[in-house]
Design a protein around this ligand. Structure first.
Ligand code: CTP
Ligand code: MG
Length: 240
């Protein structure tokens, strides 16, 4: 079975604040996207990496990645992304070579995922699960609320319920899929308002089974400025 990793990297990173597109921001002196590509290539199973670049930035991203060559066993493709993550992933899937039958989808914004996590997701797909998600138990209790749509942020919101924390998992990437299942989900499931933020959720809508395997603390998503500080600290600890 040939395994490919699609890396959606087309987002602007609005929550991180002003600056370059999030995937191109430096982490330990190296673009976040380069860390993410290396994290996928570090798994022996992965033989193709498809990077989905900002819509008008595919050439720039290709030139950037050419400065950080991978080992010869990994092929690298770069394609332009779309307005939503869902659309970007679809464009990555469209670029997959024919021989690929297992697909990982990995956020460029999770640059520090360890190779063991990648390997365990691939192994679960190869063992027959059509969709596999790495995830961790939650530290915080979660409340469901009635959102104040159009309201000012900070306005009190009524609580609707409190799901039992022990039953919840916070999902990460890489999520792993049987290729045909993921392609079908992307062909069938309607484009949601902001686009799906979770590929496994689209497979669930198909009615196909999705399983969770243990995620990793270091697979956290760089979303807000504090996450960059944490990522720098994790890198520094690895290099010590
Ligand atoms: N992504 C993408 N195409 C989009 C939007 C997001 O490829 N149109 C990618 C991002 O580059 C990121 C991953 O999806 O690697 C997860 O998205 P998120 O963390 O939300 O990143 P951004 O959308 O860039 O950040 P923000 O929502 O704060 O703008
Ligand atoms: Mg986003």
């Amino acid at each position: 079975l040939r395994t490919a990793a699609v890396i959606p990297a087309a987002g602007r990173g609005v929550r991180l604040g002003p600056g370059a597109p999030k995937a191109l921001r430096a982490l330990g002196g190296t673009p976040m996207l380069v860390h993410a590509v290396r994290a996928m290539a570090a798994s022996r199973a992965v033989s193709v990496v498809v990077v989905v670049a900002p819509p008008d930035g595919a050439t720039e991203v290709r030139n950037l990645l050419d400065q950080y060559p991978l080992s010869e066993r990994t092929d690298l493709l770069v394609v332009p992304g779309g307005d939503t993550r869902q659309e970007s992933v679809r464009r990555g899937l469209d670029a997959l070579p024919e021989a690929v039958d297992v697909v990982l989808v990995h956020d460029a914004a999770r640059p520090l995922v360890p190779a063991e996590t990648v390997d365990s997701v691939v192994a679960a797909v190869r063992d027959g699960a059509p969709a596999v998600v790495p995830a961790l138990p939650l530290a915080d209790t979660v409340k469901q609320v009635e959102p104040r749509t159009g309201g000012r942020t900070g306005e009190p919101e009524p609580v609707v319920g409190t799901p039992e924390r022990a039953l919840l998992r916070a999902v990460q990437t890489p999520q792993g899929f049987d290729r045909a299942t993921l392609v079908k989900a992307h062909e069938t499931v309607a484009l949601q308002g902001d686009g799906a933020t979770d590929d496994a959720g689209m497979v669930e809508q198909l009615g196909a089974p999705v399983v969770v395997v243990p995620g990793h603390e270091e697979a956290f998503k760089v979303t807000r400025p504090l996450d960059l500080i944490l990522a720098e600290a994790v890198l520094a600890r690895r290099r010590a």
